[in-house]
Design a protein around this ligand. Structure first.
Ligand code: PLP
Length: 502
């Protein structure tokens, strides 16, 4: 094995830690820590490292591989957070018992559970799309800074892609998407999110929303009637599920993410935001990641992993895709909505082989397709590294904004922001749904647009549930960022003055 520094052998051998990882550091384009992480993940997945197997101490493995101990510690921590390893003080790190084995009959569609009941029909809520224009400043969540859209790079990608494309590309395209984009996305998602992806498993969609609508339609065709969904969550997702004739069954969420204890056996699919619960901001705990996947296997169901902002984590590398734990049971969904802009309307699903055809059938029924020119441009943008560069730049900007938001709020309230240091939003808990409503109304009058857990329909069962403002700190363009902070802190300070006991 050749190391990136040209040294002959960095394989961990029996003389030291005793762990043979077949780790080829020469191919470690993402860095040696990344390569070690991938190698360990693969060793667990393939069974080379069995459940319960003790891993060498970080010091000894680091010495074997010629890495710093900190790198190994970080890799162990990352894989523990993802549910591959378990560590406890004093007894070291070992391979987690996932009890997750692929089943032979994973491809049998008809085995999906049905409730036997007719689907509940409900009206779509029909809320009009909200304008982000006007003179108000905007701290609503769900959008990046639209003014940061990489116009020059995008325009170059369109020009290059259109000039170079073979004429056949302009025909009705493949429903699954342009092959060049599917290949680039497969590489991107495995590289950045640690998912198990081949180009064949990728379906390009018009954003995650369309992907979810297609999945809902597909699951309904397969006999599913219930989908478990986090409560709170984006109301639009419940609406999309119901529009396809599915019941959206609420799953409780706490500081460890969605709680699998609430699953009742009827759900044919479970919609989760594992890397960053939307909107509460927790990460799905390692034990729960495993529990959801096991549940899906036992009930012949599927997990839909909504990775809407997985690119943005500020305190560490994001937790890897849940999909990697069970590529035959988890559908991974990504979007360009946060990394570029929602108006690009592009996203991708990574689909288990058994669902590939059913999904395309659902897409064909409603002629769901994504314009090929946009797909070619996105393929070019990602392949050239411009997409990654753009995300790296914005990660710095948004990470700084989050810190500044927390600092400014700390000056006017003792209530800390909630949610991990990730994504494009954070929560500021407030005392009640009434107060949330008052703050949003007062903000509106002062020229500040805000969202709240209650006021913006995130709760499915709102009675007695906590209230909070959901602060989309990425949304304001740079020239309104300071003003947004000033208006927000003034609003909170005024509220604190009114409610302070006399
Ligand atoms: C939880 C969640 N999932 C997914 C999305 C992305 O949706 P789309 O790609 O359709 O814009 C969003 C965007 O707001 C979101 O908040």
């Amino acid at each position: 094995v050749t190391g990136e520094d040209g040294r002959a052998d960095r394989r961990a051998g029996p003389g030291g830690s005793g762990l043979d990882l077949h780790l080829d550091l020469a191919k470690a384009t993402g860095g040696v820590g990344w390569a070690l992480e991938m190698a360990l993940r693969e060793a667990v997945r393939s069974g080379r490292l069995a459940a319960g197997a003790r891993l060498p101490g970080s010091r000894s493995l680091a010495a074997d591989l010629g890495l710093s101990r900190g790198t190994v510690v970080q890799v162990y921590a990352q894989l523990s957070a993802e549910g591959w390893l378990v560590g406890s003080p004093g007894s070291g790190t070992s391979v987690a018992d996932r009890s997750v084995r692929p089943r032979q009959d994973a491809g049998e569609r008809q085995a999906l559970p049905t409730s036997g009941r007719e689907p509940e029909r409900r009206a779509l809520d029909g809320r009009p799309p909200e304008s982000v224009g006007g003179r108000q400043v905007d701290l609503r969540p769900g959008r990046p800074d639209l003014s940061s859209f990489p116009r020059t790079a995008w325009a170059s990608s369109v020009r290059r892609a259109v000039s170079a494309a073979d004429a056949n590309v302009f025909d009705y395209g493949e429903l699954a998407g342009v092959p060049a984009l599917r290949a680039v996305v497969a590489d991107y998602v495995s590289r950045t999110r640690g998912a198990q992806v081949t180009a064949d498993s990728v379906v390009i969609t018009a954003g995650f929303s369309q992907g979810l609508a297609l999945l809902a339609r597909m699951f309904h065709r397969l006999g599913v009637r219930h989908v478990a969904i986090e409560d709170p969550c984006l109301d639009r997702h419940r609406v999309l599920l119901r529009a396809a004739g599915l019941r959206a069954d609420p799953l409780r969420v706490d500081a460890d993410g969605a709680d699998p204890a609430g699953l009742d056996g009827r759900a044919g699919a479970i919609l989760l935001t594992p890397a960053h619960q939307h909107p509460q901001g927790s990460v799905l705990a390692p034990g729960r990641r495993t529990a959801f996947v096991e549940w899906a296997r036992r009930h012949d169901a599927y997990v839909i992993e909504d990775d809407y902002d997985g690119e943005f984590r500020y305190d560490r590398r994001p937790v890897g895709a849940l999909q990697a734990l069970a590529p035959d049971r988890v559908i991974f969904g990504g979007t360009t909505g946060k990394a570029l802009a929602p108006g690009t309307r592009m996203g991708w699903l990574v689909v288990p082989p058994a669902l590939h055809e059913p999904l395309l059938e659902a897409a064909e029924e409603i002629a769901a397709a994504v314009p090929v020119i946009d797909q070619l441009a996105l393929a070019d943008l990602i392949a050239r590294g411009d997409y990654d560069r753009h995300i790296r730049r914005l990660r710095l900007v948004y990470g700084r904004r989050r810190t500044e938001l927390a600092r400014r709020l700390a000056a006017v309230t003792t209530t800390p922001l909630e949610g991990i240091s990730a994504g494009l939003h954070a929560l500021l808990p407030v005392g009640s749904a009434d107060l949330e409503h008052q703050l949003i109304t007062a903000g509106e009058r002062a020229g500040l647009r805000l969202h709240g857990l209650h006021a913006s329909g995130y709760w499915q069962a709102p009675a007695g549930r906590p209230a909070a403002l959901i602060l989309g700190y990425a949304t304001p363009p740079p020239h309104t960022w300071r003003r947004s902070l000033d208006l927000l802190t003034e609003l909170i300070a005024t509220e604190a003055r009114h409610t302070r006991p006399r």
